[in-house]
Design a protein around this ligand. Structure first.
Ligand SMILES: [Zn+2]
Length: 276
């Protein structure tokens, strides 16, 4: 397997691999990671690092996968709090009371596609297999956020909403927010039909000619990371504070879970982030 990225580092490849953003690793008060499909104990179509408890995998294997990933990437298993993603744009402010929810304690809420916190020692966990992960760090007020932006969440402007929510709840100034986008299915591989593309073409304030590309056969290629990047800029995050991953999930399907590459027979990756 060839790995090359200018934006991300592949850590612990020989044991339990995980990716980190070079730009976020510079921030000393957080820990962050993005899992791969390698280094777990799941079998069959979930081989081997699957973090989804809701896709039919053996729950004991999934919990073991969490423990392995936590150990490898330096997180406490007890500190994890999961989202409950359904392609909407609800954002949950989590605290120490929510530790374990969706992982070793039952879900207590439906429809949460983004998590934010300013509590130390609480690890946010969100899920991906082509959809776009969004990482947010307010470097001044010490608050963080993770969001899941598939095409619906992107059209719903979930990234913009997270910036607004961090401003409202933590007093964050968007100028102090550092963000990272991806790894996701990228413009090389993300083809959609006319009905889906229409939603993106309507986002005229973001100049859709930069992320919607018509093809000769009537279909469209969509650049989800670029559409999300433009939303963050629109919300006031400085361009130089935003890193877009150069890894496409579909192009790197030996390392990363891709819904398209596996035709849906797959495990799920997660993003993790906490304030130390
Ligand atoms: Zn690709």
């Amino acid at each position: 397997m060839n790995f090359f990225s200018k934006t991300m580092t592949l850590n612990n490849f020989d044991s339990v691999p995980y990716l980190t953003y070079n730009s976020l690793s510079e921030i000393d008060f957080i820990n962050h990671a993005f899992s791969t499909r390698l280094g777990g104990v799941s079998t069959g179509e979930f081989s081997t690092m699957n973090l989804a408890l809701n896709r039919g995998d053996n729950p004991d294997s999934v919990i073991e996968n969490y423990k392995r990933l936590c150990k490898s990437a330096g997180f406490s298993f007890e500190s994890l709090v999961a989202s409950a993603q359904d392609h909407n744009t609800f954002i949950r402010n989590v605290t120490a009371e929510n530790k374990g929810v969706g992982i070793y304690r039952p879900r207590d809420i439906e429809s949460v596609d983004a998590l934010i916190t300013n509590t130390r020692g609480v690890t946010l966990v969100t899920y991906y297999a082509d959809c776009t992960p969004l990482f947010f760090v307010d470097t001044k007020n010490k608050a963080i956020g993770l969001a899941h932006a598939g095409w619906k969440g992107t059209v719903g402007r979930i990234g913009q909403k997270v910036v607004e929510k961090m401003t409202a709840v933590y007093g964050s100034d968007p100028a102090n927010i550092k963000a990272a986008i991806g790894p996701a299915i990228s413009v090389c591989c993300y083809e959609v039909d006319n009905a889906c593309a229409d939603n993106f073409l309507k986002m005229t304030d973001l100049k859709p000619e930069n992320f919607v590309f018509p093809k000769a056969d009537g279909k469209y290629m969509i650049d989800l990371p670029e559409c999300n990047r433009r939303q963050l800029v629109c919300a006031g995050v400085p361009e130089e504070n935003i890193t877009v991953s150069d890894l496409c999930t579909n192009c790197n399907s030996e390392l990363l879970w891709s819904h398209r590459a596996t035709r849906g027979k797959r495990g799920t990756m997660c993003a993790m982030m906490c304030i130390r």
